[in-house]
Ligand binder design. Sequence first.
Ligand code: APR
Length: 175
Amino acid sequence: MRERLELFKGDITTLDVSVIVNAANSSLLGGGGVDGAIHRAAGPELVWECRKLNGCPTGSAKLTGGHNLKAAHVIHTVGPIWRDGNHGEPDLLTKAYRSCFALIRQMGFGSAAFPSISTGAYRFPLEQASRIAIQEGLAALEENLVLRKLIFVCYDAATLEAYQARIEQLAPVPA
Ligand code: APR
């Protein structure tokens, strides 16, 4: 399973995979960070398609086309804004990953790439967020054999380190 899991340091919009996941806000009408990068790379048609979706609640996920992106599809999910950890933030982040993996399974996608949801503007602590991401990713790989390649995209060194540490911890390569 570990061979189907990959870390990529760079820009998610450059990846040629079946679907890339967008860390959106509940309006789905674009924003900064990875949301801004995806909309810029996809072109104006993406926001027109998103308008028809009438937003997305935190923890849920919605599918659109990829438009000018290399990826054929985009899954827009909304992670929780971190407050203090006592407002259901971990559960909502878990729910967001599970909603994305449910769509990936339903659509039969063979490859998918995720950004580090909620760890930017939404200020979710990287340690805890990376554990949730890797745990949910490993569970999805276990139960969905059609998904042959799962990439976690780390945009900066700190995120890459956190994800690397988590993978070592949760899916150690047998000695
Ligand atoms: N490719 C991959 N990852 C990226 C890219 C990119 N081009 N640009 C930024 N990132 C990384 C950030 O460095 C961070 O690690 O994505 C992670 C998530 O950060 P944000 O994009 O700020 O997303 P999030 O914390 O979920 O906040 C979402 O920000 O952009 C707005 O509209 C969005 O309101 C929503 C909020």
